[in-house]
Ligand binder design. Sequence first.
Ligand code: ADP
Ligand code: G6P
Length: 447
Amino acid sequence: MARLVIVSNRVPAARERSQPAGGLTVALKDAILRRETLWFGWSGHLTSGQTASEPSIRPGHPTFATIDLPQEAFRSFYEGFSNSTLWPLLHWRPGLAEFRRDELDAYYAVNDMFAAALAPLLRADDVVWIHDYHLIPLGAALQARGAAQRLGFFLHVPFPPAPLFDTLPQAGQLLKALGAYDLVGVQTRADATYLQTAVRSVGGSVPVAPFPVGIGANAFEKLARQAQAIKDTERLHASLAGRTLILGVDRLDYSKGLPERFRGYAQLLRRFPAHRNHVTFIQVAPVSRGNVAHYRALRRELDELTGRINGDLAEFNWTPLRYITRSLPRATLAGFHRLARVALVTPLRDGMNLVAKEFIAAQPPDDPGIEVLSRFAGAAEELTDALLVNPSDPDEIAGALDAALSMPLEERKRRWENMMQVVRRHSARAWAESFLERLADPGRQAA
Ligand code: ADP
Ligand code: G6P
């Protein structure tokens, strides 16, 4: 079988143990198939010069090849065009999107650095699978350097309606660059429709299809079961002193709807005071992209909101909201998910949201919890037995929380069983397999 080459800006090898992975690396790590794989990406290190380093190769399964990138260009590429322009736009937030021509230029330049370093490593029969919004023009850049391999692209984040994307200067050039790919995958049917329409509006053409990403459900289920016995989980359990745990786990990102969620929880305590002193909400939100202005502003807002909510509603022996901006080991998180009776997964807009699936996988089958899930997460297309809410309305969140906290066991079980089936069936591995099968044979229909 041909070698698979995965390309993404972020690679798991570059991560410190203490850092959150983000959905892309988590899904891909769980999806690594039994075939030979090279995973190419940024090392996490910067150089002071103008050029990228030679690839550094770490053989294994997969083999990693990573490059250091020049500091200045990287800033404009990553903090600039990728995360201050594309990220907000793709998450339907044009009001937050900034545009600078020099950052757009750096975006193309860094994509070309990826292409220059990767092209010599490619074998003629490799299948190349490129990931996410950082690397949209990489396929075209590789072809410009003579690469003739089969090229697939997967967008992990949402794609907005065409007129919204069209507010981006040079949008057409970026959409046309997608023409280099033999297959473009997105998370949902809606994303596929929007992207297809946008590409056609600039006279382009490319096969686009939805491939909803999943998790390694069995592995996470096992991790959560085993995590019951680890020290962190036991300490959390003891600290709850019999109270019901409501849990949120997200990168500290404005797409995750955290202020609205915090307000929703405060509304629960105000409108349904019977829950006071009987619940504890823990939000784990590790700092992400901390050099980007809107992320810093969000952090300040949440610091203030947490202080206000606890100040207003705490009692001398009860802190309603615990807020942690560090990341936690995966096993600890899995244990927390298992202890939680309610998950709050309320992004304003999200490609998929893997946390929504991890919570389901971690629940005890004989007494499962309930998930309050945003209608605007890709996961809502599949997890229709969650309590679906509009994440912008704290009152709706409060109502759903109250319903979740008072739901009888039979109904919780029925909902959980349905969702667990979906989470198991649409695993990370099934996702990668179906994308790659289709890429190898574009004529066939998605399963
Ligand atoms: P995104 O890709 O936008 O970050 P997802 O929910 O799809 O959102 O994926 C996030 C991934 O990162 C999940 O697998 C989640 O478990 C992991 N993660 C999130 N927060 C933390 C944390 N505090 N510590 C460790 N891993 C985390
Ligand atoms: C999301 C994006 C990924 C990204 C991750 C973490 O999942 O889709 O491409 O890697 O967030 O963000 P970071 O900026 O730390 O790579």
